[in-house]
Design a protein around this ligand. Structure first.
Ligand SMILES: Nc1ncnc2c1ncn2[C@@H]1O[C@H](COP(=O)(O)OP(=O)(O)OP(=O)(O)O)[C@@H](O)[C@H]1O
Ligand SMILES: [Mg+2]
Length: 367
């Protein structure tokens, strides 16, 4: 099995620097998801691994060997694209067999590989059809199958599910994960969808504007976002961020902003705030806000009195958008109590789930 190591990869198109020194490693057998907003350089990076694009600087190392100058066909990687890129005039069988014919494998070997892959992906009934006779989901399976027959060391996926509807996307997410469990190959999967990143990745590499913001497990990025960008990108619905100050009054520490005042004494390492600039951004995830109405233990020092602006019913829970002074707060709350715009709402904050960032640098304050 083979890991992929990218070292100081840079790439410009004309005057535009797209990748600004990317260092990341996908370990052997790992499912790594590269995620980030549109245009941040994800596809370019993946194409550099595949050899479809040449980096201006840096090293591409696959299975311990430098591959910068190796032809794409000899890198032992297989890429699956968003638009499937199937040959329209060929049958499914021929689409699957094509790369193997080019490699001049024997007819028996090709047949064996095609049948194995087709069965694995449950497309063995479709081998005689042409791509235009397939649904989007079936086409995507054929595209996966084409990568599978090559038995590559590394699979590269570039937004393979973004043309599918939500339900099919969820199904295929599971299928690709299952495939990974079965094959245990290194897989590098590019998406701009944080849900795909969270549900599929062993580790996530979050990119923005040609740099890496953070690499870590989904839990690490969710629980310990390195900066405000990561905190808003990972987690759905997005985190609430509030500008304010940390102050001490009568020996107690408080976070204070227009509309929000929270006692921070229950935070374990609260003394660490003493050495810091007092201007901070506080982050609260919508799932960490609770309706005081249902609270068994009231906590007036950590309750924010809000006015409801909008309620989005999501079925089992509602996403309630509200404000207190200048602070906007969305909370995922149970639908047991019907909430209307204009209602007053007392939201309790669990202080140990709060995140703090430096106002200037936007970097996480490690408590
Ligand atoms: N061949 C090229 N020539 C010039 N500019 C390019 C080329 N390929 C990509 N770019 C530019 O590089 C930037 C990054 O493109 P890239 O396709 O890597 O982004 P991405 O993160 O995959 O975005 P998306 O999520 O929209 O697919 C974009 O601004 C794009 O316009
Ligand atoms: Mg892309």
């Amino acid at each position: 099995m083979a890991g992929v190591s990218l070292q100081a990869i840079s790439k410009s198109f004309g005057d535009n620097t797209i990748l600004k020194g990317i260092d990341v490693q996908a370990h052997s057998g790992e499912f790594m998801v590269i995620v980030g907003p549109s245009g941040c350089g994800k596809s370019t990076l993946l194409r550099i691994i595949a050899g479809l694009e040449t980096p201006d600087g840096g090293e591409v190392i696959i299975d311990g060997e430098r591959k910068n100058d190796t032809d794409p066909s000899k890198r032992e990687v297989a890429m699956v694209f968003q638009n499937y890129a199937l040959y329209p005039t060929m049958t499914v069988y021929e689409n699957l067999a094509f790369s193997q014919r080019i490699r001049k494998r024997s007819k028996d070997e090709i047949d064996k590989r095609v049948m194995e892959s087709a069965e694995m992906l449950k497309i063995d009934e479709l081998l005689d059809r042409k791509p235009k006779e397939l649904s989007g989901g079936q086409r995507q399976r054929v595209a996966l199958g084409r990568a599978l027959v090559r038995k590559p060391k590394v699979f590269l996926f570039d937004e393979p599910l973004s043309n599918l509807d939500a339900k099919l996307r969820q199904e295929m997410r599971l299928e690709i994960k299952k495939l990974h469990t079965q094959l245990n190959n290194t897989m590098i999967y590019v998406t701009h969808d944080q849900t795909e990143a969270m549900t599929m990745a062993d580790r996530i590499c979050l990119m923005n504007n040609g740099i890496i913001e953070q690499i870590g497990t989904p839990e690490e990025l969710y629980n310990k976002p390195a900066n405000t960008f990561v905190s808003t990108f990972i987690g759905m619905p997005p985190i609430n961020l509030i500008d304010g100050e940390v102050c001490t009054e009568n020996g107690s520490a408080f976070f204070i902003s227009d509309g929000v005042r929270i006692n921070l004494d229950k935070i374990k390492n609260i003394e660490l705030f003493k050495d810091l600039d007092k201007h901070v951004i506080m982050g609260i995830r919508p799932e960490n806000l609770h309706d005081n109405y249902f609270a068994e233990i009231k906590d007036p020092e950590n309750t924010i009195k809000c006015t409801v602006d909008l309620v989005e019913n999501l079925g089992s829970v509602a996403l309630v958008h509200s404000h207190s002074g200048d602070a906007h707060l969305s909370a995922t709350l149970t639908t047991e109590k019907i909430i209307h715009p204009g209602d007053s709402l007392d939201l309790i904050v669990d202080v140990n789930s709060l995140h703090f960032f430096h106002q200037e640098t936007k970097e996480r304050i490690k408590l």
